[in-house]
Design a protein around this ligand. Sequence first.
Ligand SMILES: [Zn+2]
Length: 457
Amino acid sequence: MKNLARAHWAAAALAIVVAAPCVAAPSRAVIVDIENASAQQVEAWRHAPGVESWVELGREMLLVGDTARIAQATGLGLAMRDIGAYRIDDLVLHLRGCAVDVTPDDLLVHTGGRYDLLVRPDAARLATLTHAEAEGLDEWIDVTPGMVVARQYRFDRPVALPADERITPLVARVDPARWFSDVETLAGWSRSTFSTELVSARQWIAARFASLGLEVSEPAFTFTYQGTRTANNVMGVVRGLQRPDDWVIVGGHYDSRQQDIMNPANAPGADDNASGCSAVLELARLFTRARPAATMIFMCYAGEEQNLFGSKAHVQALTAAGDLGKVKLVATLDMIGWSSSTNLSADLDTLSPFVATRNRFADAALTYVPGLTPVVSTIACCSDHIPYAQAGIPAVLSIHGNWQSYVHYHRTTDTPANLGVHAQSIGGAIMRMNVATVAGEAGPMDRIFDAGLETGE
Ligand SMILES: [Zn+2]
């Protein structure tokens, strides 16, 4: 959560104050929807007459410049959404879902995807920020010309790679209905870190792992959050038949929160993150039956909402045991249960050293889940992949697209019913992408075409 480079916004804000404006026609900033654009169109719009600078934001693009000229040159016209008279360095970026969610309303100029665009506060406004707002400044990112914050993967991979016949049958066995029933079970407990019901959820997850034949443990860890606290991860291990010292981790947090993070009650967390923890259970069910070549570790973490404490504890334990180097891949699932429409999309985030690994997930989507549109980014924050990635382990987060539009996020209304009619479609799609990618690392499977996998449901 706190991994982002400290933005040098304060110095830049001062520079703006002292620099005299020298451009006759004021620059304006516009947002263009590029969800259905071609790569060629996006490239042409970036360099259209009148464009001073551009920033790619996944399903949207920010253009700054002489907007009348841009409109004329591109024919975009009303498709350009004017957000104000800004130059590029007037703006900063904040990733939604980071540790601090207090963004001053008067500074917010655009909300799109996971990314809020804010106008830099001047010295006078800085002085009046509340303490909570000022805490969020650490997470602001400078907006620079030509920045690709997130990108639709299809632009760079217009043709999918061929499918692997050893992986297709496993992908086909993902059961979204079964997954949704687990989401309902978990959402039946208020899984706040401060709720006694979290223990019930933990015991249920452990029992599910045990019923699948996994080696189960519930390692405790302590952390500081308004006092010293203890919580438990739930871990299930299946030993690899051929490469036991190659480890693949599949994880997602099982704790939850409501708006008031200290209130233990009414935190059903269906999307965040019963959906991801239930996906861990579903992948555990599939992979234990298939008997993978590599060792697989299935993790449901606690303490995520207070700052990734469960995954940090796991990384510390791996490091202390000298096992970190065995971990070849970490697949993190957080918020996979909601879609605004039948257009299914997934954001795939990692840190920049692990772009190739991240792209394996995106390739898996194109090959095995053609209905799922991957959007890739290296501006990563906010979930349990971060501690692993920061420790040098390839770790990739899957999260559904457009999640800023899920109005129940961190609310008492994050219930299974409010996941809506597309829940099983998006959850199923994101699980299939993860199954295909993880199978590529943990395979080959011993029983993929075996009758045991076919009939042992
Ligand atoms: Zn979460």
